[in-house]
Design a protein around this ligand. Structure first.
Ligand code: G3H
Ligand code: 13P
Ligand code: ZN
Length: 311
């Protein structure tokens, strides 16, 4: 198997009532941890690269890391641009070998969102690349863009048919109460995703793959470990995993997870260095960090997404 688009993955996920994990990658250990878990569990995989990750790691290095992941696992892997913020960035990634791009004009007006998304779709489809778009605004931080809870807004189901028809996008990210980053909801509150909106979107867009961003669950044991070993993270909780399982059984075919991998990696590195203060060999702390990412991804695939054995 080589690099694939998400088309087949989403078709099977929709029919099978499960979701594909889209995990953010920034370096070799993260790519390895994710793909080792997916390879062992035979789970189809989306590796996604943000604008910031691409600037950090360099396009060519990332392409070669993903090529290596395919050679090692023989998995169907889709390489996706996460939160593309311009036509030019999407074009660069399409020309550079990505099989999927997201154009995120969700903070712009409906008409501007449609115009730029359609421009990306026309270019991408011509090259066999698929496009994710977004309607509605999530709270939280992505790259340098910060959206406050007051400025976030749920997707309006009455907009989705017109948006998808006019843009020709292949999947749609919607806002139903998730948010980016590790600080989603106050401890003690009961997060509740708006399944009524998801149901209404599903009715209006039958058989159309829906995407959920900001879907980390922020495991409290990792936050506690980070704080135990010198960190200072304010209390916060994430999206309950039972609600993600429910979304995966509905029209949601792609679930984005980044923060939970960061938490697993950081907790492991902090613990290792606290317990081994004389260590200065990066392999000594990156090896358990990679294993922590692998364990987190294995848990998500098996207990949340339900895509194990579907590759
Ligand atoms: O949604 C955003 C992702 O978590 C990527 O974050 O822009 O800091 O790489 P980043
Ligand atoms: P989290 O911050 O909840 O992991 O969301 C990641 C994401 O949506 C990437 O696009
Ligand atoms: Zn996102």
């Amino acid at each position: 198997m080589g690099l694939v688009t998400s088309t087949e993955m989403f078709k099977k996920a929709y029919e099978g009532g499960y979701a594909i994990g889209a995990f953010n990658v920034n370096n070799m250990e993260i790519v390895q941890g994710i793909t080792e878990a997916a390879g062992e569990l035979r789970a189809p995989l989306i590796l996604q690269v943000s604008k910031g990750a691409r600037a950090y790691a360099n396009h060519t290095y990332l392409m070669k890391l993903v090529e290596a992941a395919i050679a090692e696992t023989d998995l169907p892997i889709c390489l996706h641009l996460d939160h593309g913020d311009s036509f030019e960035l999407c074009k660069d990634c399409i020309d550079g070998g990505f099989t999927s791009v997201m154009i995120d004009m969700s903070s712009k007006s409906f008409e501007e969102n449609i115009a730029v998304t359609k421009q990306v779709v026309d270019y991408a489809h011509d090259k066999g690349v698929v496009v994710e778009a977004e309607l509605g605004t999530l709270a939280g931080i992505e790259d340098e863009v910060v959206v406050s809870a007051e400025d976030s807004s749920y997707t309006r189901p009455e907009d989705v048919e017109e948006f998808v028809t006019r843009t020709g996008c292949d999947s749609l990210a919607i806002a139903i109460g998730t948010s980016h980053g590790a600080y989603k909801f106050k401890p003690g509150t009961k997060p509740q995703l708006r399944f009524d909106i998801l149901e209404e979107v599903e009715k209006r867009l039958p058989n159309f793959p829906i995407v959920l961003h900001g879907a980390s669950s922020v495991p409290q044991d990792f936050v506690a470990k980070i704080n135990e070993f010198g960190g200072n993270m304010p209390g916060a909780i994430g999206v309950p995993e039972d609600q993600l399982r429910k979304a995966a059984s509905m029209a949601v075919c792609k679930i984005n997870i980044d923060s939970d991998l960061r938490l697993a990696m950081t907790a492991s590195i902090r613990e290792h260095l606290a317990n081994n203060p004389a260590d200065f060999d990066p392999r000594q702390y990156l090896k358990p960090a990679r294993a922590a990412i692998k364990a987190m991804v294995a848990h998500k695939i098996t207990d949340v997404l339900g895509c194990n054995g579907k590759a």
